[in-house]
Design a protein around this ligand. Sequence first.
Ligand code: NAD
Length: 546
Amino acid sequence: MSNVLISPTGPEISCQNWEIEGLLRLFLNSIDPRVAESSKDLIVYGGRGKAARNYEAVQAIIDELQNLATDETLLIQSGKPVGKFKTYESSPRIVNASSVLVPHWSTDNYFSELIDKGLMMYGQSTAASWAYIGVQGVLQGTFETMGEIARKHFNHTLQGKIVLTSGLGGMSAAQPLSVTMHGGVCIVVEISEEKIDQRLKNNYCDIKVNTLEEAIVLAKEAANAKKPLAIALIGNVSEVYREALKANFIPDIVTDQTSAHDLHMGYIPNGLSLVQAETLRKKNTAHYYELIKESLILHVEAMVNFKERGAIVFEYGNNLRNQAYQAGYEQAFQLPGFASDYLRPLYCEGRGPCRWIALSGNPEDIYKIDEIVLETFNHDKRVARWIQFVQEKIFFNGLPARTCWLDYEEREQIGALINEMVKSGELSAPIAITRDHSEGSTMAAPFRETENMLDGSDVVADWPILNAMLNASAGASMVSIQNGGGVGIGNSVHSGMTVIADGSDEASERLRKILVVDPGMSIIRHADAGYEQAKKALDKIKLGKR
Ligand code: NAD
């Protein structure tokens, strides 16, 4: 088969109905070269996160979907279709499990052996669930986090503040734009010049520099003038952070989003270029890992030093602290994680990352939904600000899509409105509604979403499994379960769901149920853990129409 895979667009479909066609388009979109980080290797994002195990599996998935009946359910095991069964028209068309190991064996080493044997693939979060839409997918989560930092520490704005971070990959590139959206200045360290150039082209960064000195001068000038600026600095995070400390440069906020969850592929050790790293990784893996350990220790030690010298410092969901701790740096957990401080209050209210994707390929469909969102949720300032920003800043890659953090009632409302717009012909084709895995009840991740839960239930993974089973019962078009997304194998269990709004009455009925499951369970999970804010929200649900 051809190595260039592009998602189909337009009104013609090659599957039995739009529900199946929608899932096929989402699958192809996630490995589309305009969307995936390395389409030729089938790498979608986040280290080696994939949507299909290999090219043979890609072709098999396409064939299976094009031949799937409207009352059959296809089974996907770690990116390979393994069978289909007769179910019901209202059942999910796809159930999908990736990277899941029996807990005792759920380690990086054992998992890598299984990958080498061709038995599994790393599904990350939205890669295996075919919900990946490029950097935009995480942008609002990052925007909400930066907004919460601004609210908590800096009187609601990052104007005049400097953020130092790292990584301009599939998800990490959302950082500089999220900072500038809140008026701040960002220096982002990235080892790959190719990634920097790509992000400059797409508006995620404003300028590229080669030295820390240049970055500091530009950052201070912009901060003093209270102007937003995103500066991409070529370099290795572990070296640059120490250099900054030596230069007595203490930013207001320090974090990092290299792919530290995947040391084999995602974190480049000190002193090596990307090419040198690739060669050494193959030639002398043991030495490569020794270099990584040294770099991690120096990197996290520098972040702890920044904290001691007054900066707000946190780990940004990539398992960096645990990796440094395992490498021998005992103070690593002096740094807090971002989720418990900045996202949990939103989870308690059932607020979470919804996203919708125009299966037509027509950007106008998304702009029409933007208008409805602005009109319907004009009471919600965060939503209005978000939509205005993304309309100005975001270029669509692959299928046009929008993310939007919405709360309990808002999600149900938007589902109904979108389905109505498809039915009336206002939109040119059906819309896929899906979400990030980083939700209040869909992720058990003790180094991230469930760190420091009030009742100590950090490692309890019943919740994402319940979430998946409930989404399947409520009639989602695709439901997935994965291990290790974001923070690496053995460190998380999570679930994904997608539903296709095809304008039918059946879809309307299913959307009404499905879009209540995630926010409802997020509130229940946090109320059960003892959060007052969630208990109050729970009362609201009980008093509501259900
Ligand atoms: P990615 O692999 O696409 O990008 C990582 C980037 O880091 C790459 O561009 C790489 O060149 C760069 N890099 C690696 N080592 C470096 C070093 N030593 N110095 C400088 N640059 C270096 O991954 P991604 O999708 O951007 O995700 C990054 C990490 O963030 C992952 O661990 C992911 O799981 C995590 N993540 C967290 C959240 C969240 O919690 N909000 C969301 C998304 C991703």
